[in-house]
Design a protein around this ligand. Structure first.
Ligand SMILES: *[C@@H]1O[C@H](CO)[C@@H](O)[C@H](O)[C@H]1NC(C)=O
Ligand SMILES: *[C@@H]1O[C@H](CO)[C@@H](O)[C@H](O)[C@H]1NC(C)=O
Ligand SMILES: *[C@@H]1O[C@H](CO)[C@@H](O)[C@H](O)[C@H]1NC(C)=O
Ligand SMILES: *[C@@H]1O[C@H](CO)[C@@H](O)[C@H](O)[C@H]1NC(C)=O
Ligand SMILES: *[C@@H]1O[C@H](CO)[C@@H](O)[C@H](O)[C@H]1NC(C)=O
Ligand SMILES: *[C@@H]1O[C@H](CO)[C@@H](O)[C@H](O)[C@H]1NC(C)=O
Ligand SMILES: *[C@@H]1O[C@H](CO)[C@@H](O)[C@H](O)[C@H]1NC(C)=O
Ligand SMILES: *[C@@H]1O[C@H](CO)[C@@H](O)[C@H](O)[C@H]1NC(C)=O
Ligand SMILES: *[C@@H]1O[C@H](CO)[C@@H](O)[C@H](O)[C@H]1NC(C)=O
Ligand SMILES: *[C@@H]1O[C@H](CO)[C@@H](O)[C@H](O)[C@H]1NC(C)=O
Length: 521
C-alpha cells in the first residue's frame, strides 16, 4: 500500500514539474515572439521598392561592436569567457577614420594575401593536428562583431569543441575582429579572407565600378549610357548591386577554399558545419551531430545534408530581401496582398515555434528526414567532401542561376540533378543552432536589441540542460509541404550580371595551394 501511495505522489510531483517547465517555455516564447513593428513593416516594403539606399538594408558597413551586453546576459556566461565579450573602450572611441589610419586598401589587400598564403592553423600545438575526420566548423563573418562574440562564447561551452577546427571566413578585414578570433584558446583556429570583397574593391568589380549601370536604369537608357553591364540586367530588369552579390560569392568561395584549395584540409573527409557570425550553438551540438550522422547511416543513406538549426522566427535577413526583390514589380493591390500574406505566414510560424520548443525538453529527441529546402534548412547545415564533389559537378547550376541567395541557388541545383533525387536532409527538431541576429539590423526602430534575443536563447538552453545529450533519437520521415517540393521556376534575381557568374565559376578553377610564408619588415 505505502508503495503505491509513494508512486502516485511521485507522479503528481513529476506532472507538476513538467507543468512548470511547460509554463516557463510558454512564457519565454511569448515574450519574444510578438512582432512589435508588424505595422511599420508595410511602410518598409513600400519604401524599399523605391529607394536604392535604404538605411534598413542588411549590410551595415560600419563594424557593429557596441557594448550592449547586459548584466543579465553576462550573469549566464562563465567568468572565464567574459574576455570574449569585453569591448575595449579605447577602440570604440576611435571613429572609422582613425581606426584605418595607416590601413588603406592596398595595405589591407597585402595583409589578406599574407594570411591566405600562410594557411596557419593556430593552437595545433595544443590540440593536435587536423585529422581526416576532424569536424570543421566554417563561420562566415561580415561586420557584426557583437554577435560573433556571443557565438564564440557558445562554441567555447560546447562539449568536444577541442576536437574541432574552427575556420573563420571574413569578407571584411578589421584588426578588432582579428584580435578577437586570434584570442580563441579552446580549440584549433584558422582564418581565411575572401579576397574579392567590396571593402578591398572600392571602385571596381566585384565592388561598385563608377561605370556600372545604376540599379534602376532602363535597359535602353543603360545602352545609351554605355555603362559596363548594360546588356545584363537581372530577371526583374535591375542592374547588379555589389553588396548584395557578396554573400553568395563569399559562401561559394569559402566552400571552394575549404574543400579544394587549403593544404591543411586536403585529405579531409569528415563533416563541415556551416555557421554564420550571428548564430549561437547549444552545448551538445557536436553530440547531436554524431547522432544525426549515425541515424542517417542506418536509416537514410541518401541523406546528404545534416541540419542543426530550426528557426525561432522567420529568417528576417532573407524574408525581407526576398520580399524586396519580389515586390518590385507588383501593383499596389498586389503589394498589400503580399504584405498580408507575409504577416499571416509569420503568425503561423510563431505558432509553430510553440511546438518546437517542447521538443528540446523531451528525452527521446526527435529528428526528421525530409527534402532539403533552402530557407528552412540553411542554418547549421552540414555536409562532407562526397557531397561537395556532387555539387561541384553541377557548379553552373549554382553560378549561372539568377538568384543572389546562395541557399536558393543550391536548391535550384538540388532540383536539377540529372538522374538523382533532390537533396534530403536529416535535422534535429529541437534546434542546436539558433539565429541571434534577428534584431539589431531590422529592428533598429523597436527596442529589440542583441541582449534581448541572446538572453532568451540562454534561458531556453538553461532550462533544457537536463535534456541535452540524449542517448538516442527517433526519426520520422516526412515528405515536406507543398512549398518545399515546389519546383523553382525562376530565381529571385540580383545575379544577372555575367561578371558575377564568371567570377563564381572562376572560383571553382583554383587548385590546391601550397602554404607560403612571406615575411615583411
Ligand atoms: C520614388 O522616387 C522618386 C525619384 O527618386 C520620387 O520622385 C518619388 O517621390 C518616390 N516615391 C515615393 C513613394 O517615395
Ligand atoms: C560593458 O557593459 C557591462 C555591463 O553593462 C559593464 O559591466 C562593462 O563595464 C561595460 N564595458 C565597457 C567598456 O563599457
Ligand atoms: C575622426 O577623427 C579624425 C581625427 O581625430 C577627425 O579629423 C575626423 O573629423 C573624425 N571624423 C568623424 C566623422 O568624426
Ligand atoms: C598606403 O599606405 C602606405 C603607408 O601605410 C603607403 O606607403 C602607400 O603608398 C599607401 N598606398 C596608397 C595607394 O595610398
Ligand atoms: C583594441 O584594444 C586592445 C586593448 O586596448 C588592443 O590590444 C588592440 O590592439 C586594439 N585594437 C585596435 C585595432 O586598435
Ligand atoms: C587521410 O586520408 C588520406 C587520403 O585519403 C590518407 O592518405 C591518409 O593516410 C589519411 N590520414 C590519416 C591520419 O588517416
Ligand atoms: C559523406 O556523406 C555521405 C552522404 O551523407 C555519406 O554517405 C558518406 O558516408 C560520408 N563520408 C564519410 C567519409 O563520412
Ligand atoms: C513586370 O515584369 C514583367 C516581366 O517579368 C514585365 O513584362 C512587366 O512590364 C513588369 N511590370 C511592371 C509594372 O514593371
Ligand atoms: C537592451 O536590452 C537590455 C536588457 O534587456 C536593456 O537593459 C537595455 O535597455 C536595452 N537597450 C536598448 C537600447 O533597448
Ligand atoms: C575569370 O577568369 C578569366 C581567366 O583567368 C579572366 O580573364 C576573367 O577576367 C575572370 N573573370 C572574373 C569576373 O574574375
Amino acid at each position: 500500500m505505502p508503495r503505491i501511495r509513494y508512486a502516485s505522489i511521485l507522479r503528481i510531483f513529476v506532472i507538476l514539474g513538467l507543468l512548470c517547465v511547460w509554463l516557463q517555455i510558454m512564457l519565454s516564447a511569448t515574450t519574444g515572439i510578438l512582432d512589435k513593428d508588424g505595422d511599420t513593416k508595410i511602410e518598409d516594403s513600400f519604401s524599399i521598392s523605391n529607394s536604392t539606399t535604404n538605411p534598413e538594408l542588411p549590410f551595415e558597413e560600419e563594424l557593429m561592436n557596441s557594448n550592449e551586453t547586459s548584466e543579465q546576459v553576462l550573469a549566464l556566461v562563465p567568468p572565464e569567457l567574459h574576455k570574449y565579450l569585453t569591448v575595449h573602450p579605447k577602440n570604440i572611441t576611435a571613429n572609422a577614420t582613425e581606426r584605418y589610419a595607416g590601413r588603406n586598401v592596398s595595405d589591407i589587400r597585402r595583409a589578406i594575401r599574407r594570411y591566405n598564403d600562410a594557411q596557419t592553423v593556430y593552437n595545433e600545438d595544443i590540440f593536435g593536428p587536423v585529422q581526416n575526420d576532424t569536424i570543421i566548423i566554417a563561420i562566415q563573418v561580415h561586420t557584426r562583431l557583437t554577435y560573433l562574440r556571443h557565438l564564440i562564447v557558445s562554441l567555447a561551452q560546447a562539449r568536444d569543441i577541442d576536437k574541432t577546427l574552427l575556420i573563420f571566413s571574413h569578407d571584411y578585414y578589421d584588426e578588432e575582429i582579428n584580435s578577437l578570433v586570434r584570442s580563441i584558446d579552446f580549440t584549433k583556429v584558422m582564418q581565411i579572407f575572401y579576397p574579392y570583397s567590396v571593402q578591398t574593391h572600392t571602385n571596381e568589380f566585384p565592388g561598385m565600378d563608377p561605370n556600372d549601370c545604376p540599379r534602376n536604369a532602363k535597359m535602353e537608357q543603360a545602352i545609351k549610357m554605355k555603362c559596363n553591364n548594360a546588356l545584363h540586367p537581372d530577371l526583374h530588369g535591375h542592374y547588379r548591386e555589389a553588396k548584395y552579390t557578396q554573400t553568395k560569392h563569399h559562401w561559394w568561395w569559402k566552400a571552394n577554399r575549404i574543400f579544394n584549395q587549403l593544404q591543411p584540409t586536403a585529405t579531409h573527409t569528415g563533416m563541415v558545419v556551416f555557421l554564420e557570425e550571428d548564430h549561437y550553438v547549444a552545448e551538445d551540438f557536436i553530440h547531436m551531430l554524431g547522432l544525426l550522422r549515425a541515424t542517417a547511416d542506418k536509416n537514410c543513406p541518401n541523406c546528404e545534408i545534416l541540419c542543426l538549426g530550426t528557426y525561432l522566427k522567420t529568417y528576417q535577413y532573407h524574408s525581407n530581401s526576398d520580399k524586396r526583390r519580389k515586390q518590385l514589380n507588383l501593383s499596389y493591390i498586389q503589394q498589400v496582398r503580399a504584405v498580408n500574406e507575409e504577416r499571416r505566414k509569420r503568425q503561423q510560424e510563431s505558432q509553430w515555434n510553440f511546438q518546437v520548443y517542447p521538443n528540446l525538453y523531451s528525452n527521446t529527441q526527435k529528428v526528421e528526414i525530409t527534402p532539403w529546402h533552402s530557407s528552412m534548412h540553411n542554418m547549421g547545415m552540414v555536409f562532407n567532401r562526397t557531397v561537395w564533389n556532387s555539387i561541384m559537378e553541377l557548379q553552373e547550376q549554382f553560378c549561372a542561376y539568377d538568384d543572389y541567395n546562395w541557399d536558393y541557388s543550391l536548391l535550384h541545383l538540388s532540383q536539377n540533378r540529372p538522374k538523382r533525387e533532390k537533396f534530403k536532409v536529416i535535422l534535429c527538431k529541437g534546434p542546436r543552432v539558433f539565429h541571434i541576429g534577428e534584431c539589431g539590423v531590422h529592428h533598429k526602430k523597436s527596442n529589440c536589441n542583441a541582449s534581448t534575443v541572446i538572453s532568451k536563447v540562454q534561458k531556453l538552453l538553461k532550462n533544457a540542460k537536463p535534456y541535452m545529450f540524449p542517448a538516442r533519437v527517433t526519426a520520422t520521415i516526412t515528405a515536406g509541404g507543398a512549398k518545399h517540393n515546389k519546383k523553382l521556376t525562376k530565381g529571385n534575381g540580383g545575379w544577372g550580371d555575367i561578371r558575377d557568374q564568371e567570377l563564381c565559376t572562376n572560383m571553382t578553377k583554383i587548385g590546391r595551394q601550397p602554404r607560403r610564408y612571406t615575411y615583411y619588415a
